[in-house]
Every structure is written in structure tokens, then in C-alpha cells.
Design a protein around this ligand. Structure first.
Ligand code: ZN
Length: 487
């Protein structure tokens, strides 16, 4: 496998040479004709160079299909599925105890680190190397050095693994705020205890503190409780992390109204919940997937169908699309250079962990609406690379309806039913769709686990013609770096 991956990388690099020659030719032509073009279209946007990376957390093909079936039926397609270039992405994870070996199921920390740095690492790590704990430069940091503006947007706490991996470096994703740093976690490796990241021990401190001082132009998401904590030490100002962020030039907004009115105000920190943002949808009567029981004759009793509904707790929370729109405003205001922006739909994953198909579907729809904002931006700013991908697989599977299991039961005179948790959804077009979660036994299991399948990547922009149909997450980092000319 390593050989195949290497071959693919060589193929990409070789094709890039050709692309570079083509790009140079096009640049020459563009330069020749640009004055005329500008005269004809004086209001046309500047040719800034931009990358928008959308990460649907846990958004593998199964989760996309489930949401598409529910929302649009057989004929529909998400905005991301209408993008012109598509590839399949292998997900690789190193072992912390032996980085020469792989694990085949990842977490959001190591995969976001790979997307951010172009290097593989072990589970739980935030842009640090497996076992050796060396900080790895992220694309956001490299972009900043070249004068690009940067932004991170998430429906999770901003200190959560995915946004953290683009601008912080810790041995473990749990090192989110000051109070986490002294906790000893017995299920984490000795080399991944947060105490190693204390400034007192030569580290960079908590993720919240690192984000607060990372000079990022726009940070929008949740996590107020993680930022509203004292900084570690070594600072006579006695500011907490939130105040420190403000002293570094970030303007704080906490409501949808203040977010929407925050234009022309420079750097922006939006914190719209104490932790993760509330999700957009829930199941009717709060229903999720349920365990299948059997009656006295041993016949399976399947849960009754239900629909999804809006989650009233989401009221007043900005949507991911609204946050993306505002981030783009901050990043483009008087900016000729360009930007790197990462937008995460975090709770597709978090709701799959909780066996909540309606939560997942609502979050996937919200994520796709944010992608649609990115695609609109691309229409006006053609030197933008839009990449939409997932970090790893999740547990939800579309499985047969109860009638199929009952027919099978009659055929073999024995109850047939799926293990795990099962839900039958009434889709918007009135059809039934059954969903099952079975990566962790019940009732002992707390929640569902990630899975190890490939994830999709959808792309739009220049320089994508020769992307192989099978790539890995390091290649996505390379494509983004190449677009921003960071190589
Ligand atoms: Zn997860």
C-alpha cells in the first residue's frame, strides 16, 4: 500500500509539473489581457488566491447517502456533489507506540492534523508527530507567513480537534483549556499527557491559549467556556484567555445579530455557545435509533417509523452558512493577497456517535448549505480552490426495512434482525429508510465508534485536472499548498 500511495504521489507531482507549465503560460496570457479585462469589468473582484477547505466530520459516503435519501429522495444531489472534480481519499493513522505501523480507524485529531500539515500522525495528536511530539507546521501557519489572511469556522467548540489542528500543537486533543492541562488521563499514552504541553514544561500551553494568540483573522464557533479561563502563568496582566484574545486584536461577538453587523471591524472571534453549537435537527419526540427487542415467541419488535424536526435549542444560533458568509467578508475586506479558510461541520460525527440519524441529517444539510456559499464565492473569485472532504468514516448504515427481516424470519423460522441500534425514518418524500448503528455493543457501549472506510473529496478550482481517483489525505494538503504557492 505504501508503494501504491508513493506511486500516486509521484503521479500527482509529475502532473503538477505539466500544470505548472500550463499555469505559467496562462499567467502570461492573463497578464497580457488583464488590463483590457479590468477596463471592461472595473467592478470585477480582485484576483486574490484563496483556499476554502470544508471538512464534514465523519461524513463518509454512507452518511451522505442517508441524508440525501431523506432530504431529496433518489433524484437529488447535494451542492457538494455537483462540484466538477471528485476523488476517493484513503485515511491513514500511525500507531503512537510504533509509528512504523498503521491503524485503520482514525480520529478527528490525527486526520485534521494530516490535512493541516501533510504528515501522518497518531490518534489524538494535534499537529505534533507520533511518539516524538515534534510540532508540525500547518498550512494556516505557512499561509500567514506568506501574508494570507486565515480563518477557522466550526459548529464545534473552536478548541475541538479539527479547528485546533490548523493552528495549535499539543500532544493530545484533550488539552483544550487551562483546566485540562494538569489532568492525568489513564487511557492516553504517557507521551500524550497534557502536562507535557504546559508552558511551565516548555510547551505552548492549552489549545484555547494558542488559538487566542495565533493572529487568526476570523474564528467562529463554540467554546466560550474553554476561552473563559485564566491563562496558565508567566503573564503579569492577569487576563483570562478571552481577554488575552481581545488584547491581541480579536473583536468578540456572541450573538447572530452582532456577528452579522460585524463588518469592516478587523479580526473577529465569534463564540456562540459554551461548548459545541446546538444541532439544527432532532428526531420527532427526540427519538434516536433504538435497540430491537423480541416478544415472548422470540419475534423481533422493530421500532416504529419517525420523522425529523427542527431542534428548538438551535434557535438564535448562527448557521454554518451564516458563519461562512461572515468569515468570507472578514477575509476579503481590502485583501488583495488572499486567504486560507477551514469550515467544519462537526456534528455530523457527534450525532452519529449518539445514534441520532436526524441530528446527522440536519447537520449534513447545514454543512452543504455552507458549501453552497463557498461555491457562490468561487463564481466571483475564480482563483479560489474549494475542497470538500471528510476526516474519517462513521457508524451509520442504511440497512433493509423491517419487512425484509420479517420475510427472512419466516423463511428460516427464526427471528432475523440487525444487532445494534435501529431507526426507521419517514423521509421528506414519504418513503421509509432504515438506519442501523452497530459498532459498539449495547447497553454497555456508551456510543458508536468511527469506521475505517475511504472518504470522498469534491473539488472545484484550477489545477485539478490530473488528480488521481484514489489519493490520501496528505495529497489534499499538497493541493492546497500548491494553490497558495507555499511549496
Ligand atoms: Zn467522532
Amino acid at each position: 500500500m505504501v508503494g501504491i500511495t508513493h506511486y500516486l504521489r509521484v503521479a500527482i507531482l509529475a502532473s503538477r509539473k505539466a500544470i505548472a507549465i500550463l499555469a505559467a503560460t496562462l499567467l502570461l496570457l492573463t497578464t497580457v489581457f488583464s488590463h483590457a479585462a479590468q477596463d471592461e469589468h472595473p467592478s470585477k473582484a480582485t484576483s486574490s488566491t484563496n483556499v476554502i477547505l470544508f471538512i464534514g466530520d465523519g461524513m463518509d459516503e454512507h452518511q451522505i447517502t442517508m441524508a440525501r435519501n431523506y432530504l431529496y429522495g433518489a433524484d437529488g444531489a447535494f451542492a457538494m456533489e455537483q462540484m466538477p472534480v471528485r476523488s476517493s481519499v484513503q485515511v491513514h493513522t500511525l500507531r503512537e507506540d510504533n509509528p512504523n505501523q498503521l491503524r485503520y480507524v482514525a480520529d478527528s485529531a490525527n486526520t485534521a492534523s494530516t490535512l493541516a500539515t501533510g504528515l501522518l500522525t497518531s490518534k489524538g495528536r494535534i499537529s505534533t508527530s507520533a511518539a516524538k511530539d515534534v510540532d508540525q507546521e500547518t498550512i494556516l501557519e505557512a499561509a500567514q507567513k506568506k501574508g494570507y489572511r486565515t480563518g477557522l469556522v466550526s459548529t464545534a467548540s473552536l478548541t475541538d480537534a479539527t479547528p485546533a489542528a490548523f493552528a495549535a500543537h499539543t500532544s493530545h486533543r484533550n488539552c483544550q483549556s487551562t483546566k485540562n492541562m494538569a489532568e492525568i488521563n489513564p487511557i492516553q499514552a504517557k507521551t500524550q499527557q497534557c502536562a507535557l504541553d504546559l508552558k511551565a514544561h516548555g510547551g505552548l500551553g492549552s489549545i484555547a491559549e494558542q488559538l487566542a494568540t495565533a493572529n487568526i483573522d476570523v474564528l467562529l464557533g463554540g467554546g466560550m467556556a474553554l476561552f473563559n479561563q485564566p491563562i496558565e502563568y508567566q503573564d503579569n496582566s492577569r487576563l483570562n484567555i478571552l481577554e488575552k484574545a481581545q488584547s491581541h486584536g480579536l473583536r468578540l461577538v456572541t450573538t447572530t445579530n452582532s456577528l452579522q453587523s460585524a463588518v469592516n471591524t478587523g479580526q473577529l472571534l465569534g463564540l456562540f455557545a459554551n461548548g459545541h453549537l446546538p444541532v439544527e435537527w432532532r428526531g420527532e419526540n427526540n427519538r434516536r435509533a433504538e435497540l430491537i427487542t423480541t416478544d415472548e415467541q422470540g419475534k423481533a419488535i422493530f421500532p416504529t417509523p419517525f420523522s425529523c424536526e427542527k431542534n428548538p435549542h438551535h434557535n438564535g444560533t448562527p448557521t454554518l452558512a451564516e458563519m461562512t458568509e461572515q468569515a468570507l467578508q472578514v477575509l476579503t475586506q481590502n485583501n488583495n493577497q488572499g486567504f486560507f479558510l477551514m469550515v467544519e461541520g462537526a456534528s455530523i460525527d457527534k450525532q452519529a456517535h449518539l445514534r441520532n440519524p436526524c441530528g446527522q441529517i440536519g447537520e449534513l444539510q447545514a454543512f452543504d448549505q455552507a458549501v453552497a456559499i463557498g461555491r457562490q464565492f468561487y463564481q466571483q473569485h475564480s482563483n479560489t480552490l474549494i475542497i470538500v472532504t471528510a476526516d474519517h468514516g462513521q457508524a451509520g448504515q442504511i440497512v433493509p426495512l423491517p419487512e425484509s427481516y420479517l420475510a427472512a424470519s419466516e423463511a428460516v423460522h427464526m427471528a432475523q434482525y440487525p444487532t445494534g441500534h435501529y431507526a426507521v425514518l419517514k423521509t421528506l418524500s414519504g418513503e421509509l429508510m432504515a438506519v442501523n448503528y452497530a459498532t459498539n455493543s449495547s447497553p454497555q457501549g456508551q456510543w458508536e465508534m468511527h469506521t475505517g472506510n475511504n472518504v470522498p473529496v469534491y473539488m472545484e478550482g484550477t489545477g485539478l485536472d490530473d488528480v488521481p481517483i484514489l489519493i490520501d489525505q496528505r495529497d489534499i494538503n499538497q493541493l492546497m499548498r500548491h494553490h497558495l504557492k507555499l511549496d
